[in-house]
Design a protein around this ligand. Sequence first.
Ligand SMILES: C[S@@+](CC[C@H](N)C(=O)[O-])C[C@H]1O[C@@H](n2cnc3c(N)ncnc32)[C@H](O)[C@@H]1O
Length: 447
Amino acid sequence: MGQQNNVREGALRILDQIEKNQAYSNLLLNSEINKNQIDRKDIGLLTELVYGTLQRRMTLDYYMEPFLKKAHKLEPWVKQLLRLTIYQMVYLDKIPDRAAIFEAVEIAKKRGHKGIASMVNGVLRSIQRQGVPSLEAISDPAHRLSIRTSHPLWLVERWIDQLGYDRAKEMCELNLTAPLQTARINTTKTDWKACFKMLEEEGYQVERSSVIPEAIRCFKGNLANSTAFKKGLLTIQDESSMIVAYALGVKQDEMVLDACAAPGGKTTHIAEKLEQTGQVISLDLHEHKVKLIAQNAKRLGLENIETKALDSRKAGEHFPEECFDRILLDAPCSGFGVMRRKPDMKYRKNEQDVQHLQRIQLELLNSVAPLLKKGGILVYSTCTVDEAENASVIKTFLNENKNFIGDHTLAERLPDAITALCDEFSLQILPQDFGSDGFYIAALKKT
Ligand SMILES: C[S@@+](CC[C@H](N)C(=O)[O-])C[C@H]1O[C@@H](n2cnc3c(N)ncnc32)[C@H](O)[C@@H]1O
């Protein structure tokens, strides 16, 4: 019981810090595991409690609302404790309600006082007795979808507007599920058969991707701890991200600019596709982020990558015009395509952020465009599903830059399983399409 409480106290600490906007969930989780020496066997429960409670935050608030008296002005940590406990009661079959309630009351006594503990006990026991309120009571479909899948209403309305109700609903539901770990095999060092053998010998359960030839899907074990990873045979990366290097379609000896490159997932993929020839110049804003690219390149044994800390909006001051054969702009974005990995983002972003990002994306595109050789390919990508940051950015860019056209040969470069998603010279992948991240890719050609 004591150890379990430790896990719940840990989860509560993390949720509290996220609420105060102190850091992202994945970073806090790692630091909690290391600092408080969370037992290996409890890491799964801690992760489930933090991500589950965060993912379902709005639903949990809806569930608790009728049980709170107006007079209950909850301290933030008490609200988190109630969310955490209701999450266990509603969504985790393995934990008996009485155990979850008992431990919540113990934490309330320890962190607060008897009065708080008795209120927590009262609210939770009432929920146990009466059950949570029905979501069917919400008559407006968008509002019901928002509460049921815990996405802010503005976002749900935006997605319904852009994608239609059914696709928006599918995406909201998929965002509540845990992603599968996938990785890319370093084809300059190994092939999937040899890599599989190594992984299976260490107890990993892996399968070859049906979408990307050099990708594997992992069902058991964390690939970051594998010998194959340490030896530089693997890069952990989502399958959607892997499509970008295909879209760029590099050929041996080419000069490639990756303008927003850290931590280097796509840079290293491009460098692998260049088969140790040519060069990838990888830029990112901050020195500490650029170091991550260099570290990854070193681990993978790739020598055709050069890194530089630079604001790519100033790239024109550092590189001559028309010096690159291909340019990738994997732009900073709202990240709406990766919400299942970073559930805290759902509640942090707002519509103004989208407008602001759109301006930066266009600035970046306009800054790197002169550096591309005539006939060269510029790929623009984001891990978002929002039209304003995707098709609309490209449309504006093409209107303002008549020396660029959509590259209609994009589909020919993509893996077969992807081509059906390709529309003229771009593709919008939704998480429900094949279980990977939501992603947008457009290929443009300089004339
Ligand atoms: C989507 S991430 C890139 C992910 C990377 N391409 C990969 O595959 O690993 C966007 C990156 O853009 C960087 N960034 C944002 N504004 C930038 C700017 N003005 N110049 C250069 N990099 C920028 C961010 O630091 C962030 O690392």
